[in-house]
Ligand binder design. Structure first.
Ligand code: 4NP
Length: 175
């Protein structure tokens, strides 16, 4: 099945649910995934659906457990109006029970998630972030900004704003 077909199946399964529980996953859980969490929360709040959505993030690595997001990510996000106050945690097998939709930022995060997914139904909850980013995008993953300059952080936020907007529009309650 193509990525787009899989994404559509996930949308069809979730869009009428009372609650939608989304977990964003990256390597460190200090740059990309906490930013995605902040961006989606802001969009959901703006749409008046904050009580319907549970939004969290986690990392496949364990280097930064308990830390706030990277200072650079917090500064770039704050300029766009997002406050990132997540505390880093590592993803666990039980996250596959707690969340409906698990969104890795790149292929390596996705591979690691598939390794800990307990069963095929759990694996079907995984849809990469790039699948939500506009089709015209030339990015098939959200590039890790950790060793990049300011442009890397801005690019991540541009991609996340586009992808989270599309994710929200796909799953919001019909008006
Ligand atoms: P993230 O970025 O996966 O977007 O949070 C990284 C943060 C830290 C490290 C790697 C990537 N690290 O190696 O410490």
């Amino acid at each position: 099945m193509s990525d787009q077909n899989h994404r559509q199946q996930v949308i069809d399964r979730l869009k009428d649910k009372e609650k939608i529980k989304v977990l964003f996953v990256c390597l460190g859980n200090i740059c990309r995934s906490p930013a995605a969490e902040g961006v989606l929360r802001s969009i959901v709040d703006g749409g008046g659906e904050s009580s319907r959505w549970v939004i969290d993030s986690a990392g496949t690595g364990r280097y930064h457990i308990g830390d706030l997001p990277d200072k650079r990510m917090r500064v770039h996000a704050a300029r766009r109006g997002y406050t990132l106050d997540h505390r880093c945690r590592q993803v666990t097998e039980s996250d596959f029970d707690r969340f409906d939709l698990i969104i890795p930022m790149d292929a390596s995060n996705e591979q690691n998630l598939r390794r800990i997914a307990p069963d095929p139904d759990s694996e079907r909850k995984i849809v990469q972030m790039a699948a939500w980013v506009g089709l015209a995008s030339r990015y098939d993953h959200i590039p890790d900004p950790y060793y990049e300059g300011a442009e890397g952080f801005e690019l991540v936020l541009d991609l996340l704003e586009d992808g989270c907007r599309n994710l929200y529009e796909s799953l919001r309650k019909p008006i």
